[in-house]
Design a protein around this ligand. Structure first.
Ligand SMILES: NC(=O)c1ccc[n+]([C@@H]2O[C@H](COP(=O)([O-])OP(=O)(O)OC[C@H]3O[C@@H](n4cnc5c(N)ncnc54)[C@H](O)[C@@H]3O)[C@@H](O)[C@H]2O)c1
Length: 266
């Protein structure tokens, strides 16, 4: 990928999560890893959930090196009962795990559509369901759902992903309404294309589906609608998540914090 890198995001948000536990799904790489490290740096004990055991071990080691606490929890989120159990007792929940397949609807495999909806919508529901009793019991909780610009806009060939993210937006708003009287906020963060393995893996798929060479995918597909002509870094998304977990965001709920370089301004 040739787009220029942004400067590394500083920890701009004062955040003290000492004594709190935070569960981050999809924490083995990309945005989830950045969120886990950011919340651990704020003092949280992070329960890092992913099906990628090696990625979780690498994350735990990186966190230890930085003086943070990350406990790896290997779990495939299609096991919905296990997902709900894993969320019990957590103070902060970051629903982040996701996957992508780029195909026209008539060629989209139904089993993949089902898996995408299970991991990206049904698992967040079950995790929220598992987390709320403890949050309600103490009158405080923070739920952040890593949605996407595709929670607000559609793109061709991403039927499952767009459907899941639009559903996640609705789930997040409903959680906000139910949680508000009990000290629990629920919000989405909505990045455009972030520099992560999910995006790197998509390039060949996008090139084939759009019928263009791989080197044109970044400028002609991914950054086509972005006024800021670069990918976002995972650390920039993690900083938005940190903001939503802090005391300065206690009135912010049921909303979507859009980090899209101006895409949805069109
Ligand atoms: N990368 C982007 O451009 C971008 C843009 C907007 C939103 N997002 C969203 O951000 C989130 C993270 O994406 P990313 O780019 O960091 O992706 P990534 O592929 O780097 O990380 C996703 C993680 O989810 C995990 N995962 C996938 N299926 C799982 C399952 N069944 N059980 C447990 N873990 C599973 C993977 O192992 C991986 O570690 C996703 O929800 C994605 O939709 C990404």
């Amino acid at each position: 990928m040739t787009a220029p890198r942004a400067l590394p995001a500083p920890h701009a948000t004062p955040l003290d999560l000492g004594g709190r536990t935070a569960l981050v799904t999809g924490a083995a790489g990309g945005i989830g890893r950045a969120c886990a490290l950011r919340l651990a740096a704020a003092g949280a004990e992070v329960r890092a959930v992913d099906r990628d055991a090696a990625g979780l071990e690498a994350l735990a080691e990186a966190a230890r090196g930085a003086g943070g606490a990350v406990e790896p929890h290997v779990l495939d989120l299609t096991d919905l009962d296990a997902a709900e159990l894993a969320a019990a007792g957590t103070d902060v929940l970051v629903n982040n795990a996701g996957l992508q397949l780029v195909r026209p609807i008539e060629e989209f495999p139904p089993d993949v559509f089902h898996t995408v909806l299970t991991v990206m919508l049904e698992a967040p529901f079950r995790l929220i369901r598992g987390a709320l009793p403890h949050m309600y019991g103490q009158g405080w909780g923070r739920i952040v759902n890593v949605s996407s610009v595709h929670g607000l806009r559609a793109s061709a060939y991403k039927s499952a992903y767009v459907a899941a993210k639009h559903g996640l937006e609705g789930l997040s708003k409903t959680t906000a309404l139910e949680g508000a009287p009990r000290g629990v906020t629920s919000n989405c963060v909505n990045p455009a294309y972030v520099r992560t393995p999910l995006v790197e893996k998509q390039i060949a798929d996008q090139a084939r589906t759009h019928g263009i060479p791989e080197e044109r995918v970044l400028s002609e597909v991914m950054l086509r609608d972005s006024a800021v002509r670069r990918l976002i870094e995972p650390e920039e998304v993690a900083e938005a998540v940190a903001y939503l977990c802090g005391p300065q965001a206690s009135f912010v709920t049921g909303t979507s914090l859009v980090l899209d370089g101006g895409w949805t301004a069109h």
